[in-house]
Design a protein around this ligand. Structure first.
Ligand code: IMP
Ligand code: MG
Length: 185
């Protein structure tokens, strides 16, 4: 049996309560932004990291939205970005003429967001809005920003609430700093 997740966490950076409060604010911001929308926006979760945030965010909104999913990979099994994001799974439906809401877990180097923006921009979306749970501005390699960011954080490798290390820890309910010993093994 694998050991529990909590023992691999150095410290809790954001508690469940802190996250929930910011998710509510982001949802209210989006409701206001889409108030006069004729058609439901298409909300896109960038899998897999953003899926936990995506589900909580959308359920905190009052605006009707459609859901779609896309998988972009950039990390492999390391804690450093490779810098070459790959579209592993594309959207199920076209976005031309639609309001697109892209939901990200974290903007780190910015390569993944840039890739998504270029790709979806080229498909003729009517509007493009990016909401991210986390932003690590100190790590940016591409000049790009989300329209709304819930938390700006220091340059530390974190896991939980959707974020992983080697596909683990996504189901932690909070966001924590992973012990260095876990990835230096
Ligand atoms: P990018 O470097 O901005 O392209 O970040 C791409 C992806 O790297 C994010 O969507 C996350 O899945 C992952 N990532 C970046 N920083 C962290 C971290 O601290 N913990 C876990 N995943 C991360
Ligand atoms: Mg990841």
């Amino acid at each position: 049996m694998n050991k529990t997740m909590n023992s691999d966490i150095e410290r809790i950076m954001l508690t469940e309560e802190e996250i929930a409060a910011e998710v509510k604010k982001a949802a209210a911001w989006l409701d206001e932004r889409y108030r006069d929308c004729a058609e439901p926006p298409i909300a896109i979760s960038v899998l897999k990291g953003s899926v936990v945030f995506f589900c909580d965010l959308l359920r905190a909104m009052d605006t009707p939205v459609q859901m779609d999913f896309m998988t972009v990979s950039s990390y492999g099994h390391t804690s450093e970005s490779s810098g070459i994001p790959k579209i592993v799974m594309d959207l199920a439906a076209p976005v031309a003429g639609r309001d697109v809401l892209l939901v990200e877990d974290i903007v780190d180097s910015g390569h993944s967001l840039k890739k998504m923006k270029d790709l979806l921009g080229g498909r003729g979306a009517k509007s493009f809005t990016v909401v991210t749970l986390l932003d690590k501005p100190a790590r940016r390699q591409v000049d790009i920003k989300a329209d709304y960011s819930c938390f700006e954080i220091e340059n530390e490798f974190i896991v939980g609430y959707g974020l992983d290390y080697a596909q683990r820890y996504r189901n932690l309910p909070y966001i924590g700093v992973l012990k260095h010993s876990v990835y230096e093994k």
